[in-house]
Ligand binder design. Structure first.
Ligand code: THU
Length: 136
């Protein structure tokens, strides 16, 4: 599956975002090592702290379906600001990525695509069990 397909899936997922408080719609698409595509969108709540980001939505869907590793993640937002993953999502990405070189693509509403890796986004991820996948 190519990057363009993943970005398109993330943009489509952003359409489902429930973001009445921020007005900022985000979608994410993760390619599982099983070859399947998993998507998520941000889901906000009147109790703001309960908000779940698009990235975690996609990764939790992947784990819920029985897949524990992703090989590529794309994130798209409808607002101009680029949706660089928040700290919490970076830690979750570190837990379920294939390795530190796993690519992360970020596209804001202006269409500009930026690239990083899970290890680049969170070089010293927390782990209780020695090195997490992002450092191996
Ligand atoms: N958000 C995401 O879903 N992913 C990101 O990468 C950045 C932020 C959401 C959380 C909240 O619903 C809204 O964007 C504004 O912070």
């Amino acid at each position: 599956m190519d990057e363009k397909t993943l970005l398109k899936a993330a943009a489509e997922a952003a359409e489902n975002a429930y973001a009445p408080y921020s007005g900022y719609q985000v979608g994410a698409a993760a390619l599982g090592e099983d070859g399947r595509l998993y998507t998520g969108c941000n889901v906000e709540n009147a109790s703001y702290g309960l908000t779940n980001c698009a990235e975690r939505g996609a990764l939790f869907a992947m784990v819920g379906a029985g897949c524990r590793r992703f090989t590529l993640l794309a994130v798209c937002a409808k607002g101009a600001a680029a949706p660089w993953p928040c700290g919490a999502c970076r830690q979750v990405m570190a837990e379920f990525c294939q390795n530190g070189d796993t690519p992360v693509l970020v596209r804001g509403g202006d269409g500009v695509i930026m690239r990083s890796t899970v290890g680049g986004l969170l070089p010293e991820a927390f782990s209780l069990k020695g090195a997490p996948p992002c450092r191996s």
